[in-house]
Design a binder for this molecule. Structure first.
Ligand SMILES: [Fe+2]
Ligand SMILES: [Fe+2]
Length: 204
């Protein structure tokens, strides 16, 4: 199952669409909170602060877009207001766990160093995914003539990927090897998420 096939099914039904936006909002919020959690109180940089602020904005902006789907509101992140609630929560948390395990085994890092390295790799993999997912979603929205739009998110996510690459270059000379591993771990989890979404949509 491919996301491009699911998107028209999601957008054509206002309740599903509201839940989809709320689910993306949850995932952005999870990402934002993870970035904030690995900030070092003394050495946090402009880039990290900017990144956390923008991910928090994405969560808020997507929540706000729910209004455009009609009167089906998703007031909270409780399971009834999400698509594939269990997998949607699992995806980012598990990616964090998988990347931390990889970093401990391969680089032997721990403590704050591990937290920062995990931030770099997890976020890189997510930005690669975001740069694929949001343009696909925007295209499907335009095809369906929807009032929802995610263009401002697309712009910021492109900037994030560039920022992650420049931070990764400072982190390790062989950054591409580690980043490739993170993308591999993410791809497996993303496929599981898409399967769960498809299963959830067929039930609704
Ligand atoms: Fe984002
Ligand atoms: Fe981002």
């Amino acid at each position: 199952m491919k996301l491009a096939k699911l998107l028209p099914l999601i957008i054509s039904d206002k309740e599903r669409h509201a839940k989809w936006l709320n689910t993306l909002s949850l995932m952005e919020n999870t990402g934002a909170r993870k970035i904030s959690a690995c900030e070092d109180p003394l050495t946090v940089t402009y880039i990290v602060l900017k990144h956390a602020a923008e991910e928090h904005r994405h969560a808020f902006y997507l929540k706000k877009q729910v209004e455009k789907t009609g009167d089906s509101l998703c007031p909270t992140y409780q399971p009834a207001y999400l698509l594939a609630p269990t997998q949607s929560r699992y995806y980012l948390n598990q990616l964090d766990i998988d990347v931390c395990r990889y970093l401990k085994n391969e680089l032997g890092v721990k403590g704050q160093e591990l937290r920062f390295a995990a931030y770099l790799l997890v976020t890189y993999a997510i930005e690669v995914r975001a740069d694929e997912l949001y343009p696909l979603y925007q295209e499907a929205l335009e095809k369906a003539g929807s009032r929802v739009n995610v263009k401002s998110i697309i712009l910021e996510e492109e900037g994030h990927l560039e920022e992650m690459i420049s931070q990764l270059k400072n982190f390790a000379a062989e950054w591409q090897l580690h980043a490739g591993k993170a993308v591999e771990l993410e791809s497996r989890l993303f496929s599981g998420w898409i399967e769960a979404l498809a299963a959830d949509l067929s039930l609704q």
